[in-house]
Ligand binder design. Structure first.
Ligand code: DQA
Length: 147
C-alpha cells in the first residue's frame, strides 16, 4: 500500500481538547490538530481520514479497516496508550508504518504514563511538542515510505 492516505486515530478524552487540562494539552481543539495533519499531508498529495473514539473496540475496528485502506497510521491513543493490549495487537497486524504521537511528554508525568504498550509495535513516538508533533508525524511517515 503506497502512502496516498493516512488514518489519524485519537483515543479517549481527546475529543475534549481545547478545554481539557489546557495547562497540559494546550488550547487547540482536536479539529485543529486534525487540520494540521491534513495540511501537512496535502503538501505531499496525501489524504487524511480521522477517527476519534472513547471506546477501545472502535479503535481496534478502525485499525482493522485501515489494513486495506490506508498506507500509514498516526495514533494518539490517550490513556489506552498505557494499557491497551488490544490496540497493541491490532497495530501489530497493520502492514504500513505507524507513528505514535502525544501532545504532552508522558515520560515527564505520572509513573503510570511512563509505559506505552504501543511503543513496541510502532515505528516511533513523538511526544511533548504539542500540535507540532502531528506535522512531524506526517513527515516521518513520508520519509519512512520513501526508504
Ligand atoms: C496523551 C498522554 C496520555 O497519557 C493521556 O492519557 C492522554 C493524552 C497526550 O497526548 O499527551 O489522554 O496521549
Amino acid at each position: 500500500m503506497t502512502l496516498s492516505s493516512i488514518l489519524v486515530l485519537h483515543g479517549p478524552n481527546l475529543n475534549l481538547l481545547g478545554t481539557r487540562e489546557p495547562e497540559v494539552y494546550g488550547t487547540a481543539t482536536l479539529a485543529s490538530h486534525v487540520a494540521t495533519v491534513s495540511a501537512a499531508a496535502s503538501r505531499h498529495g496525501i489524504s487524511v481520514t480521522d477517527v476519534q473514539s472513547n471506546t477501545e473496540g472502535e479503535l481496534v475496528n478502525a485499525i482493522h479497516a485501515a489494513n486495506t485502506a490506508h498506507g500509514g497510521i498516526i495514533i494518539n491513543a490517550g490513556a489506552f496508550t498505557h494499557y491497551s493490549w488490544a490496540i497493541h495487537d491490532a497495530l501489530k497486524s497493520f502492514p504500513g508504518h505507524v507513528i505514535e504521537v502525544h501532545l504532552s511528554n508522558p515520560g515527564a508525568r505520572e509513573q503510570f504514563r511512563h509505559i506505552s504498550v504501543l511503543a513496541p509495535v510502532v515505528d516511533g513516538t513523538i511526544s511533548g511538542f504539542g500540535g507540532l508533533g502531528y506535522s512531524l508525524a506526517v513527515e516521518a511517515l513520508v520519509e519512512l515510505d520513501s526508504q
